[in-house]
Design a protein around this ligand. Structure first.
Ligand SMILES: Nc1nc2c(c(=O)[nH]1)N[C@H]1C(S)=C(S)[C@@H](COP(=O)(O)OP(=O)(O)OC[C@H]3O[C@@H](n4cnc5c(=O)[nH]c(N)nc54)[C@H](O)[C@@H]3O)O[C@H]1N2
Ligand SMILES: Nc1nc2c(c(=O)[nH]1)N[C@H]1C(S)=C(S)[C@@H](COP(=O)(O)OP(=O)(O)OC[C@H]3O[C@@H](n4cnc5c(=O)[nH]c(N)nc54)[C@H](O)[C@@H]3O)O[C@H]1N2
Ligand SMILES: [Mo]
Length: 691
């Protein structure tokens, strides 16, 4: 990688991108003095970042220079999980890892190697480029990266074919927002200023969430439905829209298929009363909301990922996403629905990742079933046992469901575990080898987004600390150690930037703007996202009902699928446990930083006063939250910010030194109805006071 930084002036501003898994993908400005980053701020000229960063990422240099950073390769010298490592050279680590990998491949075949990664960084380079080349060339098992968004994607694409919708810079004319299964002020805060200014003009904001989140408190109406009942709510709304003919027949005629079938289904199966019985929301409220929605042409549903982490998560997103097609909201500027803008970037990653190198019939392991895959009691993963796992951009000991099974797997003496990390995490505690990764201030990257339409370039602000290396560089080195001499393993990070720009199809003008400003928009703001034109559904239109066999596991006509564990009707009994993000943490990232962990405080569990009284639980009691899979300890917060029957523990904190258990000890490895997603929020628990 060429660098001109040795000749740079003593103080400079370097443009970058926030790497974290958040819809906002902010543009950063890092101030560097004498080669040291001294401040990280939000770019003021970026239309979405608008000069402010969330409290997590502001002063990001504190993460980069944190004393706990891993800055040298480490080799395990004690029992797994006990965190005893010694410093080794890069040469020793690479040779040691490559020879173990080769021995495992010789004995068990290359599919016995499993990559495990998610979204520690979202960049096109450092997330998956060289890493994919490495694992595809190796012939490793494929990983289904389904822990976050795949159920929602499956539900949405049934209807619209690809993911896109109005971004925050397109919604100034919207008159009604439904923030549905999203805690906007916590997980998508750069969406809020646009909502706020629409509101100053008279727009109304409805928040649909079982919990009274910050966002619910800041909205005009809070609809606290039971978890996992969103599809029933949507069908209840539809029954009113149909009864009162609050329907845009011209839009439906021109843009959709399946309307008559959907109407028949709703009229025969749904009523506002049935929706009320399932959701726990009064019929009158559902009716009023439906009338307001049906008589406000410019409405936007901001769907996010809360509703999809349930057994029927894909069906929920699918049902909700039908509404703007029925009222024709898509035809109005900023109207419609937004789940994700990621489809707008149309990235062709073939050259970056070389899927053509994947040997035919390579098996795929679902990351949500890691505990199962590592123990594989009945050989049901198919193929050889997993004998080696290479973890990067993820902290599976904390983030994966059914965590005690994951830890059991990580403890296996015969499992080679390599962890590429910035910090000593609960996962790296089980590693045989730890390789030191750079942070965003130290490496190149290029970012698309899923909450807006901007591409952002991340230029390194400082040299890598210690012996840390970027993921791309680490996989280049691992490729070399494995003897891969394909030229694709010599592409530098700046080569990969060029290949990423090509993958996005950016023209010369866009590239110039990107280099100059640090960001560029794909497409003009304000185009109508779903009015006409060819969608990538079988019919090319909005599919209210599926028009052709696609292999989707969902029924042809949209339906409601009740929660598996957490529903009223489930045989599990107990309380439904929600475990959404903690405001000052980013998944499990930052949980080790003082400022962030102090703001997050200790693990609490919200419990409704009625449920607390039934169990003799009082405010501040130390309680155990558990089920047959496992349990964790928390401090009870008795509050009506949750509904009766539902409790909430925000995450994801790291385990305490004296107790490995965290809230994912209670969640299950069961999958969603489509997209094979995780069902984190479909969890039944009991709570008892600890003596
Ligand atoms: N501060 C912060 N920001 C984050 C993250 C973080 O950890 N911290 N994580 C990032 C990531 S990876 C993601 S995927 C996004 C996630 O952010 P969001 O898409 O907002 O999703 P969640 O926070 O999982 O859930 C949002 C809300 O849905 C509610 N919910 C749960 N079950 C249901 C249900 O059945 N129906 C309805 N209507 N609501 C339900 C929860 O109570 C929660 O308040 O946020 C990103 N942003
Ligand atoms: N119970 C429950 N569990 C959940 C969720 C929930 O809501 N409830 N949310 C789920 C969701 S939506 C998601 S997306 C997942 C998130 O799961 P993960 O993607 O695993 O996210 P993080 O916990 O942030 O861990 C990312 C790790 O990557 C590391 N990292 C960051 N940048 C780099 C880099 O450049 N190189 C390398 N090698 N490492 C890097 C960080 O230090 C961090 O330890 O968690 C899921 N788990
Ligand atoms: Mo996520």
């Amino acid at each position: 990688m060429t660098s001109t930084r040795l000749e740079t002036p003593p103080e400079m501003q370097v443009l970058g991108a926030c790497p974290h898994d958040c819809p906002d993908t902010c543009a950063l400005v890092t101030t560097v003095v004498d080669g040291r980053a001294v401040a990280v701020r939000g770019a003021s000229d970026h239309p979405i970042t608008s000069g402010f960063l969330c409290a997590k990422v502001n002063n990001y240099q504190q993460r980069t220079y944190h004393p706990d950073r891993i800055l040298h390769p480490l080799k395990r010298i004690g029992p797994k999980g006990e965190r005893s490592f010694e410093r080794v050279s890069w040469g020793e680590a690479l040779t040691g890892i490559a020879s173990r990998l080769q021995a495992i491949i010789d004995e068990y075949g290359s599919e016995s190697v499993l990559p495990y990664s998610y979204a520690g960084t979202m960049g096109m380079l450092q997330r998956e480029s060289m890493s994919m080349r490495f694992f595809h060339r190796l012939g490793a098992s494929l990983l289904a990266r389904t822990i976050c968004a795949s159920a929602g994607t499956a539900g949405w694409t049934e209807v619209y074919g690809d993911l896109d919708g109005p971004g925050p810079d397109e919604i100034e004319d919207v008159d009604l927002f439904w923030l549905w299964g999203t805690n906007t002020l916590t997980s998508n805060s750069h969406q809020w200023p646009a909502i706020r200014s629409a509101r100053e003009r008279g727009a109304r904001v409805v928040c649909i969430d079982p919990l009274e989140t910050r966002t619910a408190r800041a909205s005009d109406v809070h609809v606290a439905l039971r978890p996992g009942t969103d599809a029933a709510f949507a069908f209840g709304i539809m029954s009113i829209l149909i009864d009162r003919d609050l329907v845009d027949h011209d839009f439906l005629q021109a843009n959709t298929v399946g309307w008559n079938t959907l109407v028949e289904r709703i009229q025969s199966n749904w009523s506002v009363q049935r929706a009320s019985d399932i959701t726990g929301i009064h019929s009158r409220i559902i009716t009023e909301l439906a009338i307001e929605y049906g008589s406000t042409p410019a409405s936007l549903l901001r769907l996010n990922y809360g509703m999809q982490r349930h057994a029927g998560g894909a069906s929920a997103v699918r049902a909700a996403s039908l509404l703007p097609a029925i009222t024709g909201a898509w035809a109005h500027r900023g109207g419609g629905a937004l789940l994700s803008t990621s489809g707008a970037f149309r990235a062709d990653k073939r050259r970056l990742q070389h899927p053509d190198w994947i040997p035919s019939n390579t098996r795929t392991i679902n990351m949500n079933r890691l505990g199962h895959a590592l123990s594989d009691p009945d050989g049901s993963v198919g193929g050889p046992p997993i004998k080696a796992m290479v973890v990067y951009n993820s902290n599976p000991a904390i983030v994966a469901p059914d965590a005690s099974r994951v830890r059991e797997g990580l403890l296996r003496e015969d499992l080679l575990t390599v962890v590429i990390e910035q910090f000593p995490t609960d996962t790296s505690a089980y590693a045989d080898w730890i390789l030191p990764a750079t942070t965003q201030l130290e490496h190149w990257d290029l970012h698309t987004a899923y909450g807006h339409h901007f591409v952002t370039l991340n230029t390194p602000a400082i040299e890598p600390l210690g012996e840390a290396a970027s993921n791309t560089e680490i996989f280049r080195r691992l490729g070399e150690a494995m003897g891969f001499d394909d030229p694709e393993f010599s592409d530098s990070d700046t080569d990969l930037i060029e290949q990423s720009l090509d993958a996005l199809g950016l023209d010369a003008q866009a590239r110039q703007q990107l280099r100059h400003n640090g960001w560029v928009r794909v497409g003009e703001p304000g185009h109508r996202h779903r009015e006409l034109g060819a969608l990538s559904t079988p019919s090319g239109r909005i599919e209210l009902v599926r028009s052709a066999e696609t292999g989707s596991p969902l029924p042809a006509v949209p339906d409601f699928l009740p929660p598996r564990e957490a529903g009223q009707a489930s045989s599990h009994g107990g309380l439904a446990l929600l475990t959404p993000p903690e405001h000052s943490l980013m998944n499990s990232s930052f949980a080790n930083m003082e400022r962030h962990s102090k703001a997050a405080g200790e693990q609490t569990v919200w419990i409704h006063p009625d449920d607390a009284a039934d169990r003799g639980i009082e405010e501040g009691d130390r309680v155990e939250v558990g089920n047959a899979r496992g349990a964790f300890i928390a401090r009870a917060t008795v509050t009506d910010r949750t509904i009766a029957g539902t409790v909430a523990a925000h995450g994801l904190r790291w385990a305490r030194p004296d107790d490995h258990r965290t809230l994912n000890d209670t969640t299950s490895q069961e999958l969603t109805d489509a997209g094979a997603g995780a069902t984190f929020y479909d969890t039944a628990v009991e709570i008892r006071v600890l003596p």
